[in-house]
Write a protein that binds this ligand. Sequence first.
Ligand SMILES: [Zn+2]
Length: 386
Amino acid sequence: MRTITGDIVTPDGVLSNGLLTLTDDGQIGDIGPARPPTKRSGDIDATGLLVLPGFIDLHVHGGGGADFMHGTPDAVRQVVRTHARFGTTGLLATTLTASREGTDRAIAAARDVQLAGPGEGEARIFGIHLEGPYLCPARRGAQPAEWVREPDVEELAHWIALSKATIRQITLAPERKGAEEVIRYARANGITASLGHTDASAAEAEQAISWGATQATHVFNAMRGLHHREPGTVGAALAHPEILCEVIADGIHLDPLIVRLTIAAKGIAGVVLITDAIEGTAMPEGEYSLGGQTVIVRGGTAAFADGTLAGSVLTMNQAFANIRRFAGVSVPDAAELSSANAARQLGLSGKFGELTAGAAADIVILDPKSGEVYWTLVGGCVAYRR
Ligand SMILES: [Zn+2]
C-alpha cells in the first residue's frame, strides 16, 4: 500500500504532517498521523505541501490549444490532460452554443472519452455541460449569435440519448419560451438546470427555481445584475439557498470584493469555483478561437477585439489560491469551493470531492503559498508530476 505524507486536508480540517494510504484499486485507505518513513517505491513525500481533494471543474471549454467543440477524442484528451497539470481530476466537458450538428459532434467525442475512462495523465470526465443554445441573445456574451435559439425539449431529448445519459448540466435563460418544459425535463433526467446568459428578472428567476433550477452559471457575468428595486437574476441567485453559484475567481470577471460578497451571501456551501477556461489556457499569449470567433489572450485575459470577455485562461489551482486571497477563506473551505461542492452537485459526495476513507484517490498536492501543483493523482495513479 502506497502512502502520501503531507498536510492533509480532510472535511474535518487540516491534518498537519499526516499520512494517507492509497489502496491498490485507486481509493483512499486511511488517514492518520505520519509514521517514521519507510521509503517504499511509489510513496510520495509531500512534507510542507497541501494534500487536497482533486479539483472538480463544472464549467470548462478547453485548454492546451484544444476545445471540446473541436469534436474529436484527441481534442477532448488534450483538454483533460492540460487541466490535470493544474490539479483538476474531474470536469464537465462544456459545449459552446452551436448548430445541432456541431453540438452532436462535441457530445459524441466527450461521451466516447468519458466511457473509455481516463487515460494516462488525464482528468476524469464526469459528464457534459451544455452551455446554451437556449440563451438570451442580449446576454449571450461570447456565445455565437447565429446559433442562440428557443428552448426545445425534443432537441434536448435527442442530445440526452446521443450522450448515453452523460449530460449533467445545461445552462439556459429561463425567460425564454419553452424554458419551463426544458428545466422540468432536465431535472427529471438528473441534469442540473443552471440559470445563465439570461436577462431574467428576479421574479422570472424565482419561477425557474420553482421549476427545478438549482444553479447559476458564472454568477454576475452575462445575467441581469443586482439593483435594489429589481434584484435581477443575480438577486434571486444570491438570496435562494437552492442555487449553487458558479464563480470565476480570476480577478477579471469579478472584482475580488464581489467574490467576497458572494461568499458572504451564499456561505461556503453555496458557491462553486469554475474556470470557464478556453483553448488558449496554458498556452502562450496570442490569438485563439472560440466558436469560430477570434479571441485575444493577453495579460491573463481572454477577450474579443471589442473587449467582450470570451471565457478565461484560469486554472483551478489559481482559482484556489485567488479565493483564499480575495475572500480570506480557510484551506478546508477553499477545498469545498473547488471540489466538494461540485461533487455534491453531481451526486458524487462520499466518492469524490473529499479525502476520506473509501473515496476515490483523486488528489492534488500543491504549494500552499504559490499554488503551484506538484502532483496530481487520478484514481491513485500519478497523472502529473512537476
Ligand atoms: Zn458563459
